[in-house]
Design a binder for this molecule. Structure first.
Ligand code: ZN
Length: 234
């Protein structure tokens, strides 16, 4: 974690070094600060074959007995594909970092970041909240970037364990920070509405790096504060 930041690809999301100025609301960072731009607008044209997906959706509906020529047979395939494409896309953003001028070396934690992703095993959504903690090093991230990282990695088919690890690895690599922790709490429709139908069940995963993994007191502080307030109220 002490080496220079290396490019970290987000599979399914185009990740490129920013070529132009930063967005309207964000100051442009100095060269070499790891400023990134995600361009999901390229996804639908480059990564998704929407026409092939609509043909496949139509075939699926026909196989499930939807009458040919019905409104559902005619219009639902496009709606199915648009909905899935939306779940698998994220807005463009820039990963902006700033010098850590006030020596904030203690925990920075963004809590209850909402997310929705798509289970790679069943193609059903899973959604919940993320607690994202960072022990800063030489640079700090714009706070919204912690939530943006969750949003960007959530926009793909995967399992929850992978999502937490991806966000943790991305932040550790890009921020060169001293520790990262990502706690995800989510309901999986594939488990609560089908199969075992365990309604009310949620799934919690923990992904940590650096001192938030290896230092017992730092890890304990993170896990304590990472408990959502509604769960800590008791
Ligand atoms: Zn599933």
């Amino acid at each position: 974690m002490n080496g220079r930041a290396q490019p970290l690809e987000i599979p399914g999301v185009l990740l490129a070094e920013a070529a132009g100025p930063a967005g309207e609301n964000e100051p442009a960072g100095p060269p070499g600060n790891g400023l990134l731009t995600l361009r999901p607008e390229n996804l639908s044209s480059a990564a998704f074959d929407l026409e092939a997906a609509e043909r496949a959706a139509a075939a699926l509906l026909a196989a499930f007995g939807v009458p040919a020529g019905s409104e559902a047979a005619l219009r639902t395939p496009a709606r199915m594909v648009a909905g899935l494409a939306e779940l698998l896309s994220a807005p463009a953003w820039e990963f902006t970092t700033f010098p850590n001028t006030e020596s904030q070396h203690e925990l920075v934690l963004a809590r209850n970041v909402p997310f929705t992703s798509v289970c790679a095993h069943h193609l059903l959504p899973f959604s919940g909240v993320a607690q994202v903690g960072v022990l800063p090093g030489e640079r700090i991230a714009g706070l919204s970037k912690l939530a943006r990282a969750v949003e960007a990695f959530a926009a793909r088919m995967q399992v929850q364990e992978e999502l937490g690890q991806q966000v943790a690895s991305f932040l550790e690599t890009r921020l060169e920070c001293r520790g990262v922790g990502v706690v995800l709490e989510a309901e999986h429709l594939c488990m609560t509405r089908r199969g075992i139908k365990a309604q009310g069940c949620d799934t919690v995963t923990v992904a940590t790096r650096g001192l938030l993994r290896d230092d017992p007191s730092a890890r304990a502080e993170f896990l304590h504060l990472a408990q959502a307030p509604r769960r800590r109220a008791a």
